[in-house]
Design a binder for this molecule. Structure first.
Ligand code: GL7
Length: 824
């Protein structure tokens, strides 16, 4: 105890020390002075001062893990949507208020300095943000873990809105330097690509495969320290940047082809240039396959290097030491890569190598959408990764020949379905099948989703391996998504349930007994009010739109996709507008509908929906006839740091996907945790949110998964709903006029067409009437302030299950079998 205290004291800075450190860094690291320093320089000096603490703990963590030779989880993900790190790191080191005071004495506001930090937007949406929450939880729970991914030079595009339309601009998150990353040239790797495979005689007799690469790429690792809450464990997120390797550079250069060598160099460096902006779809592009292979191969080499440092070439401990989680199918190529390294480079026989592989990997499925299950053409694979294609054929032959044949003798239909290779005009490698075959465990991300993975997506695999499929419901880190983003509510919870809730979110259940308490309700709603007032200012600054904090703030924030049904929200707002125009006394509490959403650049209809929301906003917000009862706001460039401002201010959370399509959702958890009431379908994690909060405290509407399936099976005809509901018909017909786009009729017609001629694949019209009723119910609840406060409090207080620490603990128990490792 005495020694523990000493180490903590050693590390804990006081205000004066931190202040001195910031000023010292301002001068010695940033080369400026208190008089001249820009806010940007002050932010970097602050980060440098914090890093002194971070690095000390990082070193201790690495030494402890090395000395104890611990088993570790390696989280492979093409995306880590980290957002900003300053406030997060300060909170996790318990330095936030110390830093706030130190800066105040220097005449600076910490919250202003935090605004200097660009978001690290190395992800598209939920999948990437989940990876970021998970590495936070792993460090917090003191598990040895490494995140592995790509060091994209440009993260997700910056969205500008011009005349209502989305314009994509490059994101340059590290243009002026990023204080949180450390380059590690000592751990550079070289990665082969292209070329051909030769069969030779091995040293020990027998045949051996040698892959002669056509090109080699250098992988440079950048480490982002991941500070656990409490500051004990600091793990790393290791991101690989591609560079031209000397291997080909010099060859071409010496042959006199300097310009060609420059072209190859540019191509090599293109690999980690930019994040693909497609959410839930696969571009099928060569560069994307190369990106995936590049970061997986670098990471496997890195794991090997570390393993061999201790165990040499004895691989008998490999599976006991190493667990690798594949975040979706994007890193699947790691499976044949590990086989290649073990068989071709380490000379293990196939069976020994496969036994290791099979135990090391597990796979998380994040979506049922067919367009997101990656398939690569065999030709492309053969060109880029010729040896891997051979290995995949071998895995497949053994799987079909042994396991499938034993279970379903002579059944070629099942074989065709389970094969890693899809036959057809263009033969394809099915990465989903490879993942399932090569993994010890396969999990979905919410109860209903995991059930559908088992029953609809991979039923034969589930029959073959009944224990392989499991569920781990997603979660979010309460440090970022309550403690840091909603400081007033966090302080209230500290008072009422004690300060342990950021680690034990279930403790918030202790708040439920105050849900009817008038004084508590008032405190809770005053905080909500303050958060709304702050958002009012942000909205004004970002869009020029004036909104009233007395209105209901109804928020839909997520990627734009037809299955998420922003178009349902849109047509409902149009219906409300019509009701108000038809009857100025139409009885409704004033509402502000707020959207935040990026569309994939090539997703035309999604972009049209953004345009329609903006055109509707222009019309509605400037129409004095409706007396300010309705406002529509589209917040440009939705990103993590904007989410942190919007979520605490939400009254209503829109979670309205077609049942069966949203694997989990995580925004739904963040909004409810901050006291928003969910309007939602019985989809993804909404189902579990309702279970926790109680059905009476959520506004659930629409078709459930079985009803969606049944309606589709019967044959859904959107015209049935169009003709049967005169309001719906009028709203859809409005899209063909120039009411929202003066002088340009038809500019919004694509939306109507998709909902009628297009067959409305996501059943928007089928759910419209129920959705409209749910809104009326929410409106009636809001007019009773005590009732509303109670529901909001209960929602927030019952979200303990959705702590990402709980998700990680589930992964540990069901899949990873890790031990915690206390760092002194
Ligand atoms: C997603 C799911 O759509 C989303 O529902 C889930 O919460 C998230 C994390 O598990 O994963 N799948 C996916 O491909 N993307 C997601 O956000 C991009």
């Amino acid at each position: 105890m005495a020694t523990k205290k000493k180490t903590e004291l050693d590390l804990q800075l006081n205000k004066d020390q931190l202040k001195a450190s910031i000023v010292r860094h301002l001068r010695s690291t940033l080369g400026t002075s208190e008089q001249k320093a820009s806010p940007q320089a002050w932010w970097k000096a602050t980060a440098a001062a914090v890093n002194e603490q971070v690095y000390e703990r990082l070193t201790r963590t690495q030494q402890t893990h090395f000395n104890k030779d611990t088993r570790a989880i390696h989280y492979f993900s093409a995306e880590f949507l980290m957002g900003r790190l300053t406030s997060n790191n300060l909170h996790n080191l318990s330095l936030y208020s110390v830093c706030e005071e130190a800066l105040r004495e220097l005449g600076l506001e910490l919250t202003d300095l935090c605004e200097q930090e660009p978001d690290m937007a190395l992800g598209n949406g939920g999948l990437g943000r989940l990876a970021a929450c998970f590495i936070d939880s792993l460090a917090t729970l003191n598990y040895p873990a490494v995140g592995y991914g790509l060091h994209y030079e440009h993260g997700l595009f910056r969205q500008e809105i011009q005349d209502g339309r989305q314009i994509e601009r490059p994101d340059s998150w590290r243009e002026y330097g990023n204080p949180w990353e450390i380059c590690r040239p000592e751990s550079v790797q070289e990665i082969p690509l292209y070329g051909y495979v030769e069969t030779v005689f091995g040293d020990k007799g027998g045949l051996k495969k040698v892959w002669h690469a056509g090109r080699k790429i250098k992988g440079v690792p950048w480490d982002i320290p991941v500070v656990g809450f409490g500051g004990h464990t600091v793990n790393i997120l290791r991101l690989w940047e591609s560079r031209a390797s000397e291997f080909f550079d010099w060859d071409v250069f010496n042959a006199g082809g300097y310009v060609d060598s420059q072209a190859e160099k540019a191509q090599a460096e293109t690999i980690s240039k930019v994040l693909y902006p497609n959410d839930e779809t696969d571009a099928g592009k060569e560069l994307r396959l190369i990106q995936q292979y590049f970061f997986c191969a670098c990471s496997i080499k890195d794991i090997m290097r570390r393993y061999k440092r201790v165990h040499g070439s004895d691989f008998s401990n490999f599976a006991a030491q190493i667990a690798i989680q594949l975040n979706d199918t994007h890193p699947t190529v790691a499976i044949p890569e590990l086989m290649r390294v073990l068989v071709d480079e380490e000379d293990l026989n196939w069976d020994a190598a496969w036994t290791i592989c099979y135990q090391v990997f597990s796979y998380t499925n994040h979506t049922l959408l067919p367009e997101a299950l990656e398939k690569w053409s065999v030709n492309l694979f053969e060109k880029v990764l010729p040896r891997h294609l051979e290995i995949i054929y071998e895995i497949n032959a053994r799987f079909l020949g042994d396991l499938v044949e034993a279970k379903w003798p002579g059944d070629d239909v099942i074989k065709a379905k389970l094969s890693i290779i899809e036959e057809g005009e263009v033969r394809k490698v099915r990465m989903g099948n490879l993942c399932v075959i090569g993994s010890a465990k396969v999990n979905g991300v919410a109860e209903i989703h995991s059930k559908l993975v088992k029953e609809d997506l991979f039923p034969e695999f589930a029959a073959l391996w009944p224990d392989k499929m499991c569920n781990v419901t997603n979660g979010v880190t309460p440090r970022r998504w309550l403690l840091a983003c909603n400081p007033e509510l966090a302080a209230l919870y500290d008072e009422v349930v004690g300060k342990e809730w950021p680690l034990q979110l279930d403790k918030l259940r202790g708040v439920v007994k105050f849900a009817d308490d008038k004084a508590f309700q008032q405190q809770f709603m005053t905080i909500k009010r303050h958060n709304k007032e702050k958002l009012v200012k942000v909205i004004k600054a970002e869009t020029g739109i004036e909104v009233d904090a007395n209105a209901i703030f109804d928020i839909q924030i997520k990627r734009l996709h037809e299955y998420k049904r922003q178009q349902l929200n849109l047509i409902h707002i149009m219906a409300l507008y019509r009701r108000l125009l038809a009857n100025p006394d139409y009885d409704m509490h004033p509402r502000v509908f707020i959207f935040g959403s990026k569309a994939a650049p090539g997703y035309k209809l999604a972009k049209d929906i953004i345009y329609a929301i903006n055109k509707l906003a222009e019309r509605v917000n400037n129409d004095t006839r409706i007396q300010g009862k309705l406002k529509v706001v589209f917040m440009p460039n939705y990103r993590v740091s904007l989410a942190e401002k919007m979520i605490p201010a939400a009254d209503v959370s829109e979670q309205i996907s077609t049942a069966g399509y949203e694997a989990s959702g995580t925004g739904n958890m963040k909004l409810a945790l901050n006291g928003a009431i969910t309007i939602g379908t019985l989809d993804g994690a909404n189902i579990e949110i309702v279970e926790e909060a109680g059905a009476e405290h959520c506004a659930i509407f629409g078709l459930n998964v079985d009803e969606v399936k049944a309606l589709k099976a019967r044959g859904y005809n959107p015209y049935d709903f169009y003709y049967a509901n005169s309001e719906l018909k009028a709203v859809l017909d409005w899209f063909d006029t120039d009411y929202f786009t003066p002088g340009k009729p038809g500019e919004l017609s694509s939306i109507k067409r998709s909902l009628l001629e297009g067959g409305d694949p996501y059943l928007t019209l089928a759910d419209f009437a129920a959705y409209s009723e749910a809104h009326q119910l929410v409106d009636s609840w809001y007019r009773d302030p005590a009732l509303w406060a109670k529901k909001a409090i209960i929602n927030s207080a019952t979200m303990g299950k959705f702590n990402s620490d709980r998700s990680i603990q589930d992964y540990v128990e069901r899949i990873w079998k890790l031990e915690r490792c206390k760092v002194g």
